[in-house]
Design a protein around this ligand. Sequence first.
Ligand code: PMV
Length: 329
Amino acid sequence: MKATVLAHPNIALVKYWGKRDDALILPHQSSLSLTLSPLSVTTTVEFGVPTDAVELNGHVAKGSERERVLRLLESVRAQAGDKSLGPAKVVSRGDFPMAAGLASSAAGFAALAVAGRAAAGLPRDTKAESILARLGSGSACRSVQGGFCEWQRGERPDGDDSFAVQRFDAAHWPELRMVVAILDRGEKDVKSRDGMRQAVETSPYYAAWVKDAEAEVPRAREHIARRDLQALGELCERNAWRMHSTSLAAEPPLCYLNAATVGLIHQLREHRKKGVPVWFTLDAGPNPVLLTDAANEVAAEALARACGALDVIRCVPGGDATLKTEHLF
Ligand code: PMV
């Protein structure tokens, strides 16, 4: 009745940006990400306690945050076909700054989905876990497994074919590095959920974004298969620019970049001219993530710091969400 799971966040190399179904969190296009180590979230779930209780990073969860967790556990009960599992207690802790814009929710909901099913006595099943994680937060479906995961958009209205599959595990490209440059620790103004809805509803470029992103996924897969850093880096930047261009064209416009973000991007191009292999990607916030290799991660960190990074987190390809024997309560 009790299980604990550790999961890593992921960073999209081809982004997910826009839902075709808000309730089931079904995307308009497929996406592809890299799971990041050493960052992690650990979550313990126990069924059969007196009342539902949700604690996230030392705080009692309230409102929509609490609702999202409890709704996911309701789906676990349905999968287990056992309404008698009773109320649940959830305690979750992350080891990285939640305001870093690193989609802590991805690792959190992946850990919750895997722990929830295990606590309900269900066997490990990455498809079922990914679908469950998706119901908490879209990008979470890509954190159930390590390495490079592809979230296939699917076609079915019930979402049963919309889940992530691992294309390559973490050992496929151990020299790859992702360097997170924290330029701003503040909460973002517009959450991904609201930003993507605004882009879907008002950006005249939205249809083009969907078509292009879908076509980039198999190309990214090929670059990863060949461990071609330059081709992947170029694709990654192109895809981030296109997501942000689509959003800038929304009404009202969505601008996630701040002055420091733009400054860093210009400096990064200068570095590239001098032969340093470094590219960037950017989620719905001002903190870029630099893509490079082990031989150049120190240079990438120095670049981020010279451009005003308050903190820099160096990451390597991470592994699967895993069950732990030690519980949080
Ligand atoms: O799953 P959400 O609601 O956290 O949205 C994630 C959106 C991006 O981070 C911008 C892109 C992605 O694919 O992770």
